[in-house]
Write a protein that binds this ligand. Structure first.
Ligand code: 6PG
Length: 245
């Protein structure tokens, strides 16, 4: 393990070890939060890397997780119907949410099927209601899972987009140029903004693939032109689980 301004970096052997370590870390955080506060608020990352981590949580020894105490949010969403293969919600359901006993009202889905600005306002209201409930100025999630793109993006905070400059709103719509790294999945997206990401008790990046090496180096060097570099929880932990292969 190495430390830098960008947090604790754990370089792992491969995706199987990432799945084991990621699931264990989530389960440990969940147990501690439920014991301390009776609830665990988790934001899931999209993309492919988290799939084996979510699937691992559906197997022993995690079969005793009190899912009724867990509230699931999303770090971002592609503006597609929830049954679209590109939907992060669909991926979360396939790998985890449809396979555990989490009450449906505990799953806070971003509405990818409606007008993007209306979806942003709806999700912002949900998060503001949470902040009011907990007495925080900004909702303080217990654990936010994030990924890293080869261009240094995280969630749907992509280089050169206005959402990077958003310091008030909690949720932003994103419209990507066709040339953007993320456009191959969806040009229209929703994303949590830095105020929410940096209010978390803990942020864990789940990273896999040799195509992320350059972006990782930029983050470790503190290069703020990589959006992921600016994820620095004000009063929380920052952990990177990196599967090199
Ligand atoms: C998305 C994700 C995105 C993802 C990275 C890494 O909706 O596309 O939220 O930020 O985490 O692109 O994706 P992989 O883990 O699949 O490489």
């Amino acid at each position: 393990m190495t430390f830098s301004a960008s947090g604790q970096f754990h370089t792992l052997g491969g995706i199987d070890e990432l799945a084991e370590r990621g699931a264990a870390l989530i389960a440990d955080d969940l147990e501690a939060a439920v014991q301390e506060r009776g609830v665990f608020r988790l934001a899931l990352s999209g993309g492919n890397t988290p799939r084996p981590v979510y699937e691992r949580l559906t197997k022993k020894p995690y079969d005793s997780i009190p899912w009724d105490r867990v509230h699931v949010y999303f770090g971002d969403e592609r503006m597609v119907p929830c049954d679209d293969p590109e939907s992060n919600y669909r991926m979360a359901c396939e790998t985890l949410l449809d396979r555990v006993d989490i009450p449906p009202w505990n799953v806070h889905r971003m509405a990818g099927e409606i007008n993007v600005e209306a979806a942003a306002r709806l999700y912002e209201r949900d998060l503001r209601d949470l902040a009011t409930e907990t007495g925080d100025p900004v909702p303080r999630l217990d654990l936010i899972l994030l990924g890293l793109g080869p261009d240094g993006h995280t969630a749907s905070l992509f280089p050169g987009t206005p959402a990077l400059q958003e310091h008030t709103r909690l949720v932003c719509s994103v419209s990507l140029p066709e040339t953007s790294e993320g456009a191959k999945h969806a040009v229209s997206r929703l994303t949590l903004t830095y105020p929410v990401l940096n209010a978390a008790r803990r942020v864990v990046f789940l990273v896999s693939g040799s195509d992320k090496a350059a972006a990782l180096e930029r983050v470790r060097a503190g290069d703020e032109s990589a959006p992921a570099t600016r994820v620095r929880p004000h009063d929380g932990d920052l952990i990177w689980l990196v599967a090199e292969s």
